[in-house]
Design a protein around this ligand. Structure first.
Ligand code: ADP
Length: 352
């Protein structure tokens, strides 16, 4: 009958489409992940099951925009946070390096939550983990899934986990994870964001039960918005607080030394540290940037033209530059916000 023919025709079309997709996916993977095409294909030379039914353009997006082949952050670049570094080494890096030892009772959790004020080094930790464990790093901001990928978030999540699965060991870093796994739901919640959340939890469950070498790291500065299901899957929850006075001193020294501009005395450094109580790591970075403009501004005020200025003719960065910069760069986290993190940490955080 007519209907039968149409159906057959559709079926054939779909089949051709699938074949085309597989071929195209192959091409993309060859192009964008040159080193690892063998890793992606099984012993039979076929693409892994997980990637076969995914849309090539989404795989392309994951490979190009989300996957970071060179995270370029080492532990030594991160100031302070000794406690977090120790926990993460034990929980994440060793298991990724020695899966043969970390099984059974020692099998690691697959979900880690980093929470705390913005600009304290959560993303840096994620990248350092990938760097230290020689894992592929995937970075996605959860809010982009709901804003930029309207209606397609689910598919992108599937592509993300699919590609990660083929690039093990892998670290998937989900920034602002609260916007994906928040407890605000029911009436107000859109059907699509509920589906997205479900898809995400399914994917997590999938590698949680298997032998996959995939770690999911969620970062948030609103931990109180996470619901019970999210907390259950993010088994280890580390508080990433504002930098201590020593850590702030370290950031100043480290940034200025890189440019050969560090000339402050101990005493001057400690004065700056006293004046920057409550500043986050990224506030400190902005402060140093602003302070390092001081010598430049002064040289220009003396009448030197910017085009004729020699870098050697500028004086080093001094305490007064920091004092001026402190007027411009204010701390971005309020003390009342800190109270919320500390309370949540006492209730749900991994304290040891
Ligand atoms: P978060 O993810 O917690 O919001 P990031 O890790 O993106 O913060 O940090 C933003 C920037 O602030 C970093 O690129 C770095 O320059 C600086 N920074 C923040 N915390 C630290 C830290 N503990 N040590 C060194 N630099 C830091």
């Amino acid at each position: 009958s007519m209907e039968d023919t149409t159906r057959k025709c559709h079926k054939r079309k779909r089949c051709i489409f699938n074949m085309f997709d597989v071929a195209y996916t192959h091409l993309l993977l060859t192009k964008f992940t040159i080193i690892s095409i063998e890793m992606l294909c099984g012993p039979d030379g076929e693409l892994p099951e997980k990637l076969r039914n995914l849309e090539p353009r989404l795989i392309e997006h994951v490979s190009n925009e989300i996957m970071d082949r060179d995270p370029n952050v080492r532990w030594d670049d991160i100031a302070g946070l000794q406690h977090a570094k120790k926990c993460v080494t034990e929980m994440v890096i060793w298991p990724l390096q020695r899966p043969d030892i970390f099984h059974g009772c020692r099998s690691p959790g697959r979900g880690l939550l980093l929470f705390g004020p913005p600009g304290t080094g959560k993303t840096m930790i994620g990248k350092a983990i990938a760097g230290e464990a020689k894992a592929t790093f995937f970075y996605i901001s959860a809010s982009s899934l709901t804003s930029k990928w309207i209606g397609e978030g689910e598919k992108l999540v599937r592509a993300l986990f699919g590609v990660a699965c083929c690039r093990q060991p892998a670290v998937i870093f989900v920034d602002e994870i609260d916007s994906l796994l928040s407890q605000r739901k029911s009436d107000g919640e859109h059907e699509s964001s509920r589906r997205l959340k479900t898809q995400f939890l399914i994917e997590m469950e999938g590698f949680d039960s298997g032998n996959e070498q995939i770690l999911l790291i969620g970062a948030t500065n609103r931990p109180q918005e996470l619901d019970e299901a999210a907390r259950r899957r993010l088994t280890k929850r580390l508080y990433i607080p504002l930098p201590s006075s020593e850590a702030r001193a370290w950031i100043i020294r480290n940034l200025l030394e890189k440019d050969g501009l560090f000339m402050l005395s101990e005493e001057e450094t400690s004065t700056i540290c006293k004046l920057t109580e409550g500043y986050s790591g990224s506030d400190m970075k902005n402060l140093v940037k602003d302070a390092s403009m001081g010598p430049l501004r002064e040289a220009l005020q003396r009448g030197t033209e910017i085009t004729k200025l020699n870098e050697e003719d500028m004086r080093p960065v001094m305490l007064k530059d920091f004092e001026n910069a402190l007027q411009e760069v204010r701390p971005s986290v309020s003390s009342s916000e800190l109270g919320i993190y500390e309370q949540w940490n006492r209730q749900f955080g991994s304290l040891s």
